[in-house]
Write a protein that binds this ligand. Structure first.
Ligand SMILES: NC(=O)C1=CN([C@@H]2O[C@H](COP(=O)(O)OP(=O)(O)OC[C@H]3O[C@@H](n4cnc5c(N)ncnc54)[C@H](OP(=O)(O)O)[C@@H]3O)[C@@H](O)[C@H]2O)C=CC1
Ligand SMILES: O=C(O)C1=N[C@H](C(=O)O)C[C@H](O)C1
Length: 275
């Protein structure tokens, strides 16, 4: 037995799952204790390093979620909303830190995650990168400073395989802009304009989504005012930024009180960016 926390990666065969396996396997502060894949996946029973086309890592992929969660102190979960909700219950039972990167979870799902967080720490964020979490704070401040003369639009671009829109990051940014203006996002958001939309509603926060190719993730927050525009931009070029953030969150959560946290808590950006 070792003091280094054992980290389970769920959705191991996915785009993020592969990055996470590498990040945890290379870390000196964490131990890859399991990799969970979808039931019946062709990785089941295979060494995950070899399944990724590299050297063996000494960890075999499995599809028995209950067994996988039982041995983990932390779980890093970038899968689907359905899978993540099932994982939230298992992580709570195992008292493991649950790091949730999955996006597209609806209000009912968020409520279920809040319930699970009564039993163990959960860190959830639509974007685990340092840069985006800084941008969230900047967005809140610029929105507060500029007032309604400046129209706010959030524009995001992602790869062709992304299944949810607006992205989790776009929603984080939109929420921050709404907070800066002191209004709930739900009361001002405008999504999916098409046809005779009429003129832009005063105070609206608009969302647009581009999907194509292998774009990792790009986000602009546009403040368009009379005679000038301010654009806040984040461009992700490597998914490793999300994996690094998620691993940091899983380690940060060790020994923490149960509760729902975000990356602002993990990165210590609360004071710097919320005020
Ligand atoms: N918060 C952040 O910083 C980031 C969040 N994301 C989010 O992470 C999520 C995953 O993204 P991405 O890796 O690109 O997607 P992928 O589709 O590549 O990966 C998801 C993986 O989860 C697997 N999976 C689905 N259900 C289960 C289950 N019940 N048990 C185990 N594994 C399961 C899928 O298996 P199969 O393929 O067999 O269906 C797939 O391998 C998305 O919601 C995305 O938006 C992505 C990047 C950064
Ligand atoms: O699906 C992705 O790829 C990404 N999803 C997250 C999101 O929805 O914002 C984070 C990142 O932009 C990549």
């Amino acid at each position: 037995m070792t003091d280094i926390p054992g980290i389970l990666v769920t959705g191991g065969a996915g785009r993020m799952g592969r990055m996470l396996i590498r990040a945890v396997a290379e870390s000196r502060e964490a131990r890859l204790c399991g990799v969970l894949v979808r039931p019946g996946h062709d990785w089941v029973g295979r060494d995950v390093g070899e399944a990724m086309g590299g050297p063996a890592l000494g960890v075999v992929a499995g599809d028995d979620a209950v067994a996988a969660f039982a041995g983990a102190q932390g779980v890093i979960d970038f899968t689907t909303p359905e899978a993540t909700l099932a994982h939230a219950e298992l992580a709570a039972q195992a008292r493991a830190v649950h790091v949730i990167g999955t996006t597209g979870i609806d209000e009912g799902g968020i409520a279920a995650i809040r319930r699970a967080a009564r039993h163990a720490p959960v860190v959830m964020a639509g974007n685990m990168s340092l840069g985006v979490n800084l941008l969230v704070g900047l967005t809140r401040r610029v929105a507060a400073a500029l007032g309604e003369d400046f129209d706010i639009e959030v524009v995001e671009a992602h790869h062709r395989a992304k299944v949810d829109a607006p992205s989790g990051t776009a929603l984080m940014l939109g929420r921050a802009a709404a907070e800066g203006r002191g209004v709930p996002l739900a009361s001002v958001e405008e999504r999916g304009r098409d046809g005779m939309t009429g003129p832009r509603r005063a105070g609206a926060i608009g969302f647009s989504a581009i999907r194509g190719g292998d774009i990792v993730g790009e986000h602009d927050v546009l403040f368009a005012g009379p005679g000038e525009r301010v654009v806040l931009r984040h461009v992700a070029t490597d998914r490793a930024i999300f994996a690094r953030g998620a691993l940091r969150a899983a380690l940060w959560g060790q020994g923490r009180a149960e509760g729902l946290y975000d990356m602002m808590d993990v990165l210590g950006l609360g004071e710097a960016t919320r005020g």
